[in-house]
Design a protein around this ligand. Sequence first.
Ligand SMILES: [Zn+2]
Ligand SMILES: [Zn+2]
Length: 117
Amino acid sequence: MRGLVAAILRLPHRCRFCGKFYPIEEFVGGGPSTGYCLRCYGDLAVKIALLRGIRGCQECGASFELLTARAAGADVRMRMYAKDGVWQLLCGACGDSYERKRLDMFGSTPYQLERDA
Ligand SMILES: [Zn+2]
Ligand SMILES: [Zn+2]
C-alpha cells in the first residue's frame, strides 16, 4: 500500500492555475490538487500584486460595501480563484457557481469533499 501511494505521488501533478500536468520535479506547493507548476508559481507574486485595488466581487461586480451590508453582521468571505488566466476575487455566490462549472478542477479535491460533507 505504501508503495502504491508513493507511486501515485510520483504521477504528473495538475497545476491548479494553468490546469496542465507536470512531472513532480516541476511542481511546487503541495500535492496533486493543491500546487502549481514552476512557471505559474514564478508568476504568483505578480498575480497577487494585481489584486491590489480591487473593490468587490470580480464576477457580479458587487462592492465590498454591498457584500458587507448583505452579510448583515457576518464576516464577508471572498474566494480567490485562478480564473481565465488571472487571479480573481469572487463573492460566495459567484464562487459556488464557478466551482460547479469547474468540477474538472474542484471535483473530488479535499477542499470540495470537505465543503460538501
Ligand atoms: Zn501552471
Ligand atoms: Zn459575486
